[in-house]
Ligand binder design. Structure first.
Ligand SMILES: Cc1cc2nc3c(=O)[nH]c(=O)nc-3n(C[C@H](O)[C@H](O)[C@H](O)COP(=O)(O)OP(=O)(O)OC[C@H]3O[C@@H](n4cnc5c(N)ncnc54)[C@H](O)[C@@H]3O)c2cc1C
Length: 383
């Protein structure tokens, strides 16, 4: 039995891992010169391979109920055990994120995995781009021209629409649409947002990190680090709130810079200080916020402890738009779940499975994205 896999991202590589375990002959085609480019980009950031926690809590981070069933078939613990089998030890960081141990760099994870697959007989063909497919034949553009291969199973793990330089450019969407396979338009997920803070303020304080703040949007709350950028804000709480912001972009985000102090406690510190500047210093606020109070509040507001306390605890930022999709860590949108069965087979092409970010789901950063990709690859490869 022959399985052809297109795309060499983590979802596809996990499908290859399981298919070869099942005794299949496996061929992987990738349009770039090398495998796993976005996986390596993830490695440049935190490289959270997954996240610790009970399965019920874990699955609650996914946008679509279908992902719950997928993740339950290949859980965070299963991933850790499998990584150990191929020689990648992991540890759980203080935030619950699961990383490879310090000595193991991201490229080593990828190379160890690729070597493992090659040892099992998986063949890789690079500079090879999917052009078309039907239920038993795939057409691939290679440097020597268009070639066709027959298959028993085809797995497509072509990625979404961000970081196109890694190969994930969603160029496959038109092919799917020509086959009447519904693709929900891609949008940025886990992305920063442009906002209407004054340009001079953003220029002066870009790069400033606000630690342990609480960000609220439309009743949704997240604590964490927010980074001020030249265009607005980004960081884990903003990413987490992306779905909420997408649903209601008119509603501002509100930052509480002193979540451990009540409004009354802040008013108390300010009114007992010899002047406002002294009070702001005592509150150990970031410079950006002190400057904001000095420059952007009126004279009357600046001497009003309650107004300042409200600014510190309810700092409202109006969002103008998301950052361009190509900058986003991930995407929402993709092949509609209505097109797929529970083993990720295309209903209209039952020998073809679809895995990873090219399917319509989203999850926050912190290991949930890669675990989602691994689990989908596992389900397709296993079946
Ligand atoms: C900056 C950044 C940091 C990240 N950090 C993390 C993190 O710490 N933790 C986490 O869980 N996730 C993280 N992610 C997300 C994670 O990298 C993705 O979720 C994951 O790579 C998706 O895997 P995939 O296999 O679905 O698709 P991809 O990794 O996008 O792979 C798709 C592959 O298909 C190939 N391809 C596309 N079209 C064709 C075609 N027509 N023919 C042949 N091949 C094709 C592409 O070249 C690519 O190699 C991060 C992402 C970014 C951008």
């Amino acid at each position: 039995m022959k399985t052809i896999i297109i795309g060499a991202g983590p979802a596809s590589l996990m499908a290859a891992t399981q298919a070869v375990k099942n005794g299949q002959e496996v061929l992987v085609f990738e349009k770039m010169k090398t495998a796993g480019r976005k996986f390596l980009v993830a490695g440049d950031g935190g490289f959270n391979l997954s996240h610790n926690g009970t399965i019920d809590d874990f699955v609650s981070y996914y946008s679509h109920i279908q992902m719950t069933q997928i993740i339950k078939r290949f859980k965070n613990d299963d991933l850790v055990n499998w990584l150990k089998e191929i020689g990648i030890e992991t540890y759980v960081g203080s935030s619950g994120k699961i990383f490879p141990i310090k000595e193991i760099k991201p490229a080593m994870v990828l190379n160890t995995w690729l070597d493992h697959l090659k040892d099992q007989g998986v063949k890789f063909i690079y500079n090879a781009s999917l052009e078309d497919f039907n239920n038993n034949q795939v057409f691939i553009k290679t440097i020597s021209g268009l070639v066709s291969h027959t298959f028993d199973k085809l797995v497509l793990g072509l990625g979404a629409a961000s970081w196109s330089k890694t190969g994930s450019d969603a160029a496959w969407v038109s092919l799917f649409e020509s086959k009447n396979i519904r693709v929900i338009p891609f949008q940025a997920s886990n992305a920063g947002v442009n906002c209407n803070l004054p340009i001079e303020f953003l220029k002066q304080f870009q790069g400033c990190v606000f630690k342990n703040v609480i960000v609220t949007h439309n009743g949704n709350i997240r604590m964490g680090e927010v980074l001020l950028t030249e265009y607005g804000v980004e960081g884990a709480p903003i990413y987490y709130l992306n779905p909420s912001i997408r649903q209601n972009s008119i509603e501002p985000i509100v930052i509480d810079f002193k979540p451990n102090h009540s409004l009354e406690e802040i008013i108390d510190v300010l009114s007992k200080s010899k002047n406002v500047s002294d009070g702001l210093k005592k509150l150990k606020l970031p410079n950006a916020i002190i400057t904001w109070c000095k420059l952007y509040l009126s004279k009357e507001e600046f001497i009003d402890s309650e107004k300042i306390a409200l600014t510190i605890k309810n700092f409202s930022i109006t969002i103008t738009s998301f950052r361009p999709i190509d900058e986003a860590i991930s995407c929402c949108g993709g092949v509609s779940w209505n097109e797929l069965d529970e083993d990720l087979r295309l209903k209209s092409f039952p020998s073809v499975h679809i895995v990873g970010e090219m399917v319509d789901w989203e999850a926050p950063t912190g290991g949930y994205l890669l675990q989602g990709a691994f689990a989908m690859g596992y389900v397709a490869g296993k079946s």
